[in-house]
Ligand binder design. Sequence first.
Ligand SMILES: *[C@@H]1O[C@H](CO)[C@@H](O)[C@H](O)[C@H]1NC(C)=O
Ligand SMILES: *[C@@H]1O[C@H](CO)[C@@H](O)[C@H](O)[C@H]1NC(C)=O
Ligand SMILES: *[C@@H]1O[C@H](CO)[C@@H](O)[C@H](O)[C@H]1NC(C)=O
Ligand SMILES: *[C@@H]1O[C@H](CO)[C@@H](O)[C@H](O)[C@H]1NC(C)=O
Length: 561
Amino acid sequence: MSRPDAASLLSPSPPPFKPHRRGRLLPSILAVLAAAAALFLLAVLRSPPTPSPNLGSLFLSLGSNNTAASHLRALTLHPHVAGTKANSLTAAYVLHAFSSLSIPSHITPYSVLLSYPVHRSLSLSAGPGRAAKSFSLTQDTYPSDPYARAAAEVTPTFFAYSASGSVSAEAVYANYGREEDFAYLSSRGVDVAGRVALARYGRIHCEDIVHNARAAGAAAALVYPDPLEYGGSAGEGSFPDSRWLPPSGVQVGSLFRGVGDPTTPMWASSEGCERVSVEDAMATDDMPGIPALPVSARDAAEIQQVLGGAEAPADWQGRDGSPVYRLGPGPAVLNLTYQGNDTMATIENVFAVIEGAEEPDRYVILGNHRDAWTFGAADPNSGTAAMIELAQRFSMLQKQGWRPRRTIIFCSWDAEEYGLTGSTEWVEENREMLSTRAVAYLNIDVSVVGPVLLPSTTPQLDELLLETIKLVQDPDNSSQTVYDSWVKANASPKIQRLGNGGSDYAAFVQHVGIPSTNLIFGEGPGYPVYHSLYDDFVWVEKFADPGFRRHVLLASGELWL
Ligand SMILES: *[C@@H]1O[C@H](CO)[C@@H](O)[C@H](O)[C@H]1NC(C)=O
Ligand SMILES: *[C@@H]1O[C@H](CO)[C@@H](O)[C@H](O)[C@H]1NC(C)=O
Ligand SMILES: *[C@@H]1O[C@H](CO)[C@@H](O)[C@H](O)[C@H]1NC(C)=O
Ligand SMILES: *[C@@H]1O[C@H](CO)[C@@H](O)[C@H](O)[C@H]1NC(C)=O
């Protein structure tokens, strides 16, 4: 996931959310981890490193695409939303993986406010009193789907922290749900007040779409992934035949605009701590305050077919060949009912620590979240699998007498999807220790959604990053480095600033000011099956990193050992 930050310290004018461009989503999940590992090593060892052929070739020989693949498969057998038994099992898996490498590891739990669906329904009619069509609100499996059975365990599609309630009102089409889209509707005399706003993903995050809808007076909101951004071109088909989102695909998300546990804003959810009541936490302006649901492109298309009113402008339309979108309001009437359970639940961060030899009280921290809306193969367990693989290599090097200069802390965060919750609570609890001891925080979340490195850093790490990617071989072309392909792909290559939304680096950067990085290979911040049922092992194996071969890139870490 990625979400807007509350207060960016480092990015006064954040780069805009880029739409996905069609046809270039060529994921290579583990390549980024190569770069991350490289960065990590450089940061740990402080460049320039002294080559040591023995350890170097050992590190090289340890590269195995199969290890990361088998961790990924094990972690993604079942959907594992934060706070559930299934996600607790993934914590146990990661803990066991670290401890079986003889790396001291432990779990730190927190009790935090999470949110689950209890009841949802949505129906559409062509006007008051007309027959209504009820939507199933389910994502289709396919005939040979090895995860069809596990799909039954997936949490029904919902928006975390949505208000509960029932709304029956005319629909209005609100494009990307940005402030300017609602301003445009107003300028066309289309009143959103009391109505159900139908908006599409592609420019801003769901929590901002719903916030804007509410600000415009909407009584409820629906958000869907339009085939323009998520469906490829009409002939390309969808998963499992191609990487694109199937028509029934739904993008789940959290509507909380803050970070961390909503009952402990800016302080840690430690045992027995003071808390805001759940009712008060749910009543703040960071919460959506209206009922909202994510829906599929297929359901949205049915709604659009019944919408009347003026034709929407060209840049509000769908992909070539799709029916004309109209603004409404009505005559389409939507009846949306949502009942959620906003409840305290236990989350678990897993830590593993390799003590440094020379500066044991200086920490280089590598983090990746573990919880997922569904199976979480790309988001985030490709990162988890590689983190374990990396720990395994370090462990083997340790057996050869190697020790890092500084202490390395591996973190497997929980409840990132709800609001960066696990990492934020930990940073809040350890703020002083981190501000004096942390050297850098290296984050991985969604690792790879395309062919080009999209690095984000705080400024202190720019140089290190550039030096690093000059040493890493491009997974798609062995005659060039990642740096070369990055330069080629960008007219004016520029490292983005962290701070425009986030992942688990947010608390490190924004609360404590620790130099941080976040690495993604891609072209934009999303990928077609993001937060849907289809982010599973098959998708990663087929479309993200076939053969898991790019992970062997990690071997280029030889250079720094
Ligand atoms: C809306 O749907 C709910 C739940 O299915 C139902 O109880 C209610 O009567 C419906 N409201 C209208 C106005 O149709
Ligand atoms: C909400 O969750 C709590 C804790 O898991 C559970 O005890 C309660 O029964 C749930 N409420 C509903 C309405 O599902
Ligand atoms: C691979 O990289 C080399 C060196 O930059 C370049 O000349 C060549 O065109 C690239 N090949 C492909 C297929 O992009
Ligand atoms: C690892 O690479 C080998 C050799 O390229 C390949 O045969 C194998 O299928 C790969 N493993 C996975 C899990 O993709």
